[in-house]
Design a binder for this molecule. Structure first.
Ligand code: ADP
Length: 592
């Protein structure tokens, strides 16, 4: 019978991995905890048995905004469903209740806060309930990444419905979170079904971000013309800026973040799901329950907070099983910024837990091991290197470069300056900079002063990143660099350091590309030109003496917003930055 329903009602020829086991468990009346990656086909596991049962299935789902879509999707398949949540009018709710009493519904979607009212409990007790479904069950665990206060109330479900099976579904959970779910929901000897974490149709790319990353993003998007994708950014403001930028550059994008009024969010969501726009530029608010199956790419413009977030977010690509691409752009400043936010969290244990998660996702991004394998291991699964579906596997065949000597130079400079400075200062010493601050501290008298001119500043930044990822260096207060135990071994030449050669080369290639492309923002270029003209007038020199047109165009393309990324542009050295950098940064910031 179940195969007949699978084919006739759902149109599928066969079950996917673990689906049949889940369906059987439900048909046998067992409690179930199912952990299946996004796109694994969790919905079918509770929808199919419902169609073979007489009663109604109650689905607890966390997001009101998406509930309507889920209900519409079921009704479109002729699986009668309705919802009750706080966004509805009394009249709408009364209509649903009428349908419930008439036994017209197979599924009722409820928001967690609605479930726990006396009225709802009374209502439910009068229904013939097949079983409960707790969707996105990881939200119940405080140690998960999307803990929701209102999910805590679900803990009382078992008391009220002692004999009704409870099933819980999630795409992500570590053993600790599984334990939490089982305990909080008081699952009764549940069958735990855990699928393979590997998403074999998703290609994972990870790159160090240059400046705001727009140039790298546009490079990526060139291969995704007319495809649907999501770009995650870290703030509302960034979402707005990036969406405008994309639209000015011939892409069709919309934004989605928690600061938008509900109706705009819903409208944008609809436009996106109906394929009337290609790209959604969003914060993490655009998340749970997006079941659009043909999303071809997901980009992160900065480091996500946790590996769970990252996995769920990239998981929205390619639910239809077709090849899809993901790109993560990041650098170490993302990690430092996220750690700073933790200072405001009163619960110190919780803050420490989050701190470790940030470290782990940073390590993931910087590590040279297969990305799919790392994700699997994070979720306590195992996997051989994917060989062909991530940058690290494809790069493995490439050369490595020994950087032990450079590492020793950095470490001894940090040691000689008493571990009290940040990377800019340390690199300036190595490169023999004439900066006032350095000279005032007598840094030019140090034996390490000027011994590192064979590397560009950019290369030194990458080498510092590598030492951070290997925990040879650590970041202390005020972004000062600190030596770790491993640093001592490197200094004594007991331990060598190497790096994927392409990492040192990629940046050069990209920086060159950015400048050669000459694809730049004309309006910003004009504003920068105006500034250059004013400065030149003041100083009584020709404008090109300040910066050449090529440099202004690179600025107008790449839009650096801090010193470090500005120094990555050809034609801007330390000296010019000190004289004019701030003036131009101001123009760029105003523009953005
Ligand atoms: P999840 O909730 O686990 O992320 P969904 O339930 O949304 O995944 O299913 C993802 C996609 O897979 C949907 O488009 C669904 O129609 C499809 N799907 C589910 N089960 C099967 C199956 N047995 N055969 C083919 N496609 C399936």
């Amino acid at each position: 019978m179940k195969y007949k329903v699978l084919k006739e009602l759902f149109g599928h020829n066969s079950f996917r991995e673990l689906q049949e086991e889940g369906v059987d468990a439900i048909l046998e009346g067992k409690d179930l905890l199912m952990i299946l990656p996004t796109g694994g086909g969790k919905s079918l596991v509770y929808q199919l048995p419902t169609m073979l049962m007489n009663g109604i299935t109650i689905v607890i789902s966390p997001l009101i905004a998406l509930m309507q879509d889920q209900v519409n999707a079921l009704n479109a398949q002729d699986l009668s469903a309705a919802m009750i949540n706080s966004s509805q009018t009394q009249k709408e709710i009364a209509e649903v209740i009428q349908k419930l009493y008439n036994n017209e519904l197979k599924f009722l979607y409820l928001s967690p806060e609605k479930l726990n009212t006396k009225y709802s409990l009374e209502l439910l007790k009068n229904l013939n309930i097949n079983f409960f479904v707790i969707d996105e069950a990881h939200c119940i665990s405080q140690w998960g990444h999307e803990f929701r206060d209102d999910y805590r109330a679900l803990g009382t479900l078992r008391q009220h419905f002692a004999n009704t099976p409870i099933t819980a579904f999630t795409a992500t959970s570590t053993k600790m979170v599984q334990r939490d779910i089982t305990q909080a929901l008081q699952l009764n000897n549940p069958l735990i079904l855990k699928g393979k974490i590997f998403r074999k149709n998703i290609f994972i790319s990870v790159q160090h971000r240059i400046g705001n990353g727009y140039a790298q993003l546009k490079n990526f998007l060139r291969n995704h013309k007319n495809e649907r994708g999501i770009i995650y950014v870290s703030s509302r403001k960034k979402a707005e800026e990036l969406s405008i930028h994309l639209n000015q550059n011939g892409y069709k994008s919309l934004i989605y973040h928690a600061g938008l009024p509900q109706h705009i969010r819903e409208e944008n969501f609809k436009i996106f799901t109906n394929d009337n726009v290609d790209i959604m530029v969003a914060t993490i608010a655009f998340g749970m329950g997006i079941d659009k199956s043909d999303i071809r790419f997901v980009v992160h413009m900065s480091l996500p907070k946790t590996q769970e977030n990252y996995y769920q977010e990239i998981g929205r690509a390619g639910r239809d099983g077709e090849p899809s691409q993901t790109l993560l752009l990041f650098n170490s400043s993302d990690m430092i910024m996220q750690k700073q936010f933790l200072k405001d969290i009163p619960n110190k244990d919780y803050a420490q837990h989050l701190y470790e998660k940030i470290e782990k996702i940073y390590k993931f991004a910087t590590s040279e091991i297969c990305y799919h394998k790392q994700i699997a291991e994070y979720f306590e699964d195992s996997l051989e290197p994917c060989q062909s579906m991530c940058d690290n596997c494809l790069d493995e065949k490439q050369d490595r470069q020994d950087i032990t000597q450079e590492a020793q130079m950095i470490l001894s400079t940090i040691y000689k300056t008493k571990q009290s400075f940040g990377k800019n200062y340390i690199i300036d010493i190595l490169r023999g900079s004439q900066e006032q601050k350095l000279l005032a501290n007598n840094a030019d008298k140090l034996s390490v002063y000027g011994i590192g001119t064979h590397r560009t500043k950019k290369e030194w930044f990458i080498i510092v990143e590598r030492l951070l990822e290997l925990h040879i260096l650590d970041v202390g207060d005020f972004s000062t660099l600190k030596l770790t135990q491993d640093a001592v071994a490197v200094l004594k030449s007991q331990k060598g350091v190497d790096i994927k050669a392409s990492r040192l080369e990629v940046k050069k290639v990209q920086a060159r590309k950015i400048e050669e492309d000459f694809e730049y923002d004309k309006e910003l270029f004009e504003a920068l030109r105006q500034k250059r003209y004013e400065i030149a007038q003041d100083l009584g020199v020709a404008p090109y003496i300040i910066f050449g047109d090529k440099t202004l165009k690179a600025l107008a393309n790449y839009k650096p917003t801090d010193k470090e990324s500005m120094l990555e542009i050809n034609g801007i050295g330390e000296k010019k930055f000190n004289s004019f950098g701030e003036d131009f940064l101001e123009i760029i910031e105003d523009f953005l």
